[in-house]
Design a protein around this ligand. Structure first.
Ligand code: FPP
Length: 242
């Protein structure tokens, strides 16, 4: 099996999973956190270098206030309860997304997770929180425009690499595989730039039902795909020209 270096996951379907069982949506999100723990363990066991998970999108704020606070509460709980174990397992945590507008306690927890685990060299767990790809691209363009305006960079010197480096994912390889559960077949503002050549896997199960076996099956199928990056051979034109 070819193990991808970077797998990104849209963990979708917690609400429908709960509804199908007559449970409140929060029960679905709680089950989703458990599925996330298992996915992190599996990725770590398989030697996957990078796992990115879409935990909260910049559009999720439009959900009812009670659900937003449930999701924020689960993130806090996840970091408070699981950080020590992640650290022991050599997991490095990184967070992408807009951080300035977040509540101070969440910002501090996210920073604590990143600082504590900064030297870890096993799995890199990237948590996309208050993340939206278009927002990320706008922030990157602003940064590049400021460099051009201040004379640190000329407009004609802006390349694919300049843009990549200005994104939240700077230094993170592009995902080889993006998995979305729940049967929806779209990217929903997730890693739009980075997933240009990613393989996509849309699974019919809800996120809480994403088992380690299903994860491994999906990776096995990925291993059989031929990736050509727009050319004739298996080579990523951006990373190979860097
Ligand atoms: C989509 O399910 C999932 C989310 C909005 C967030 C994913 C969150 C978790 C897995 C738990 C929280 C984990 C952390 C680390 C914060 P949905 O509610 O959109 O499901 P639906 O489409 O069936 O309604």
């Amino acid at each position: 099996m070819t193990t991808p270096a970077h797998v990104a996951i849209i963990m979708d379907g917690n609400g429908r999973w709960a509804k199908a069982r007559g449970l409140p949506r929060l029960a679905g999100h709680r089950a989703g956190v458990e599925a996330l723990r298992q996915a992190v363990r599996t990725a770590s066991d398989l030697g996957i270098g990078w796992l990115t998970v879409y935990a909260f999108s910049s559009e999720n704020w439009s959900r009812p206030q009670s659900e937003v606070s449930d999701l924020l509460g689960l993130l806090k709980l996840f970091i408070r309860r699981d950080l020590a174990e992640l650290h022991r397992a050599g997991v490095r945590v990184r967070v992408i997304g807009q951080r300035d507008d977040l509540q101070a306690d969440i910002r501090m927890l996210l920073e604590e997770a990143e600082t504590l685990t900064i030297a870890n060299r096993a799995l890199n767990l990237v948590i996309a929180f208050n993340y939206g790809s278009r927002d990320e691209i706008v922030r990157a363009v602003r940064r590049i425009a400021a460099d051009v305006a201040d004379g640190r960079l000329s407009a004609s010197a802006v390349t694919l690499q300049t843009v990549s480096a200005a994104l939240d994912t700077s230094g993170i390889p592009d995902p080889d595989l993006v998995i979305r559960t729940s049967g929806e077949m779209r990217l929903s503002n997730f890693l739009l730039w980075q997933a240009a050549y990613s393989e996509l896997a849309f699974l019919p199960c809800y996120w809480p039902d994403f088992t380690p076996e299903l994860f491994k099956d999906t990776l096995r199928q990925f291993g059989t795909r031929e990736r050509r990056f727009g050319g004739l051979v298996e080579r990523d034109p951006v990373s190979s020209s860097a």
